[in-house]
Design a protein around this ligand. Structure first.
Ligand code: CP3
Length: 343
């Protein structure tokens, strides 16, 4: 069975001897070969140059052939950028957006949704290069942010500690909030259609800040827009939803039309597996901080998670959030060895 077959079988909730494995931020700062390329070119340049983006995507698979999926090297913030609100990195860490959106006039100056296919053609080119290189051996994952998570960056003007502006917009001017989310939803549908046409096997939607809105408002602020995106894409195409800090909403998420729910580390994955419908896969969910410990600790905790899921179907092994820059290579190797040899 190829890696790709294993991954697609897990997504289809078919029984397997062991789960497939990949991690979020798979290509990233914990890899010396990534840091070496990054020293020569900026993040945005690497993202926008298909040969470089494809190379970075493949770096982790060359070092760790046991990984079952390649995730496109890009960022969720290419959507605001394509709509006319570019992003940059703050010196002290975090994201800085050009401008801050708050009014209808701010939304009106954004580019039309059609700009996405033209401005993000490099993403399509990168995926085509990757598909050519990977063939049917490994799963090729595309991705994008959720409308809510992207809106937080656009309205807050970058990374935020309190998310006050986006919440004020949501509570005081729902029509403007909805207009922004509508625009993002349409842009993401076009963007995901392009990724599917370019060869993505599945798409992961990152609702990283879904847990920041009050529970009763999660539907109106975030999930409703995700549901619309899923409904606009081909019915049989697998979408994975990652939403951090949204434990009370896992069941609603599972009925949103997505094929898999990616679960953060604060949940007990075996309980989540028992709670969700059997035809929805679960992905996760080791604490990423474990990757900064020792290979022994990683092996112990990964085995514990695998054992807790024994006899269940529809599990994709992953971390509960992205791998951190401080992760140790030996820990990543231990994770892969543990999952691929688990009996
Ligand atoms: O997972 C992968 O390997 C694919 C590549 C990927 C990146 N960003 C590359 C990246 C993916 C899937 C993302 C998604 C993303 N980007 C999210 C959702 C996932 C999550 O972590 O919750 C978010 C919120 C962003 C926005 C973003 N981009 C942030 C908050 C940062 C960190 C900024 C900081 O303080 O350094 C980035 C930068 C970024 N995106 C890096 C990578 C590899 C690090 C850039 C670098 O310094 O090289």
């Amino acid at each position: 069975m190829t890696s790709r077959e294993r991954f697609l079988s897990a997504l289809a909730c078919q029984p397997l001897d062991r789960p497939p494995l990949w991690v979020m931020r798979q290509a990233g700062r914990y890899l010396p070969e990534y840091r070496e390329l990054k020293a020569k070119s900026s993040f945005v340049h690497m993202v926008q140059t298909p040969a470089l983006a494809a190379e970075v995507t493949l770096q982790p698979l060359r070092r760790f052939p046991g990984i079952d999926a390649a995730i496109l090297f890009s960022d969720i913030l290419v959507i605001p950028e394509a709509l006319g609100q570019p992003y940059a990195f703050r010196d002290g860490g975090g994201i800085e957006m050009a401008r801050k959106i708050f009014t209808r006039a701010d939304i009106n100056v954004l580019a039309p949704v059609a700009a996405v296919t033209e401005k993000l053609a490099y993403v399509s080119d990168t995926l085509k290069l990757l598909k050519k290189e990977l063939g049917n051996t490994k799963t090729l994952l595309g991705f994008g942010g959720s409308p809510w998570t992207l809106a937080t960056y656009m309205v807050e003007g970058g990374s935020s500690d309190d998310f006050e502006r986006i919440k004020l917009l949501f509570y005081t001017d729902r029509a403007t909030f909805d207009a922004l989310l509508e625009k993002l939803t349409e842009a993401l549908v076009v963007y995901f259609q392009m990724q599917i046409a370019a060869g993505a096997d599945a798409i992961q939607i990152f609702d990283s800040w879904g847990g920041l809105i009050a529970g009763a408002d999660y539907e109106a602020a975030s999930l409703k827009w995700i549901r619309r995106i899923v409904a606009a894409l081909p019915a049989d195409f697998p979408i994975i939803l990652y939403a951090k800090g949204t434990a009370p909403h896992l069941t609603d998420q599972a009925f949103s039309g997505v094929r898999a729910i990616s679960v953060d580390w604060t949940n007990d994955l075996a309980i989540v597996r028992r709670t969700l419908p059997a035809n929805v896969a679960v992905q996760g969910n080791l604490d990423p901080v474990l990757m900064q410990t020792t290979p022994e600790i990683v092996a112990r905790e990964a085995t514990r998670l695998l054992d807790s899921m024994r006899g269940t179907a529809g599990h994709i092994f992953n971390l509960g959030h992205g791998i951190t820059p401080q992760a140790r290579i030996e820990c990543m190797q231990a994770l892969i060895d543990t999952v691929t040899t688990w009996k």
